[in-house]
Write a protein that binds this ligand. Structure first.
Ligand code: NAP
Ligand code: FE
Length: 368
């Protein structure tokens, strides 16, 4: 056996965990920049709880609430400039994966005036500011990963900033913030967590520790399937399970990275505006068929952990969760396949797909 395991994030999970552990903020710095999306953090109570915790500790803050889905490099640069002007020395990201990822990149830029190449290099002259993460979707696991996925308009794709320096120092997971998620966002983000656990389990970089988290996460996800497909109530207990499973799936990819599914999903999001989790979900069934040709036993284990009988039943589940599928043209398949092939995560897929494998997964995943 041979592996590395590193998780420097202090995790607080449970109802009211922010206000109950407000002293945690003292360790991070003297002034915070709170980073959110446009609306949801104000409506679901998460921003209010963070403000209350900071007030109770006498820590001042400034707010940046302009993070869009799939955040751009321009947005994080704008937020970093505000943070520097306001002398903020730590970053609190509240929201889905987009504000959390933006918070990590802002933390790099606060103390480092670097160009885009240097930003993605993972090596900086000055320290990265501490990040505190408050997820309000249950899917990306960004609160426990060393990744920030940014949209780079120059390369017309999403790009992964990956360095242990951006692991959040602390993460607060309270499922009550996720109660306001609409069903489609709940389902899409849940698919993202499932894809992290599945891809992580099957990745070349998987190890016995990461597989343990994959299995636990898929088991818990399996318990949520009836609620996700409308056959049971989507109550706070299920919300909590999804948040827990998402965090574990984040721990998985923090160690294994993602694979061909994420590589293929990024152009679907960039060019066709398909939400991140949904993009992965659309590809997942054909991806499992592809992996199964080489590793049928591993795929069977995962399907059983989800509580399903076989790959066919998995395909039916995905069809139910995804509803009507988008249509891709031949030109799009050609273009997206060459984009996907460039991604570093392709070589982390076992077996490593060739261009024709990628085209086949795209072609079989979409009607038309
Ligand atoms: P998101 O883009 O963060 O948010 C999607 C939508 O959900 C937004 O409109 C947001 O509204 C809304 N929302 C968030 N929380 C809500 C709540 N509690 N109630 C109601 N609405 C809420 O979506 P996401 O799927 O969580 O994140 C996707 C991003 O994460 C992608 O860029 C993806 O590449 C990245 N990602 C990162 C990692 C990693 O390890 N770092 C892993 C996987 C994916 P507001 O804008 O108003 O907040
Ligand atoms: Fe993802």
């Amino acid at each position: 056996m041979n592996f590395k395991y590193f998780l420097p994030t202090n995790i607080f999970f449970g109802q009211d965990c922010i206000v109950k552990n407000a002293e945690t903020f003292d360790k991070s710095g003297k002034k915070a920049v709170i980073v959110t999306g446009k609306k949801s953090a104000r409506l679901n109570g998460s921003e209010k709880d963070v403000r209350a915790a900071l007030d109770s500790r006498g820590i001042p803050f400034v707010l940046f609430n302009e993070v869009e889905s799939n955040p751009s490099i321009e947005t994080v640069r704008k937020a970093a400039e505000l943070s520097r002007n306001e002398n903020a020395d730590f970053v609190i990201g509240i929201g889905g994966g987009s504000p959390l990822d933006a918070a990590k990149a802002i933390a790099v830029l606060i103390n480092n005036d670097v160009n885009d190449d240097e930003l993605f290099s993972g090596k900086y002259l000055n320290p990265v500011a501490p990040v505190i993460a408050v997820p309000t979707t249950a899917g990306t696991g960004s609160e426990v990963t060393p990744y920030a996925i940014l949209t780079d308009k120059k390369i017309e794709n999403k790009k992964n900033l990956s360095t242990p320096l951006i692991f959040p120092a602390a993460a607060f997971l309270d499922a009550k913030y996720t109660e306001s998620l609409p069903l489609n966002v709940t389902v899409n983000t849940a698919i993202d967590l499932m894809s992290h656990s599945v891809e992580g389990y099957l990745a070349s970089r998987a190890n016995s520790m990461s597989r343990m988290y994959s299995i636990e996460s898929l088991n818990v996800f399996g318990e949520c399937i009836p609620a996700l497909t409308g056959k049971a109530e989507l109550n706070i207990k299920i919300r909590e399970k999804l948040l827990y499973a998402s965090m574990m799936a984040g721990i998985v990819i923090a160690h294994t990275g993602t694979t061909v599914v994420h590589a293929m999903g990024y152009p679907l999001t960039y060019f066709r505006k398909i939400e991140h989790g949904r993009a992965n979900g659309l590809l997942m069934h054909e991806y499992l068929k592809f992996i199964s040709s080489m590793h049928p036993d591993k795929v069977k284990i995962l399907i059983h952990e989800l509580g399903l009988a076989d790959i066919k039943e998995f395909g039916n589940l995905m069809d139910m969760l995804l509803g009507e599928k988008e249509i891709l043209s031949r030109d799009e398949i050609e273009k997206f396949s060459s984009v996907a092939l460039q991604a570093g995560s392709i070589s982390n897929t076992d077996p490593v797909p060739k261009i024709d494998d990628i085209k086949k997964i795209f072609t079989s995943s979409f009607p038309g």
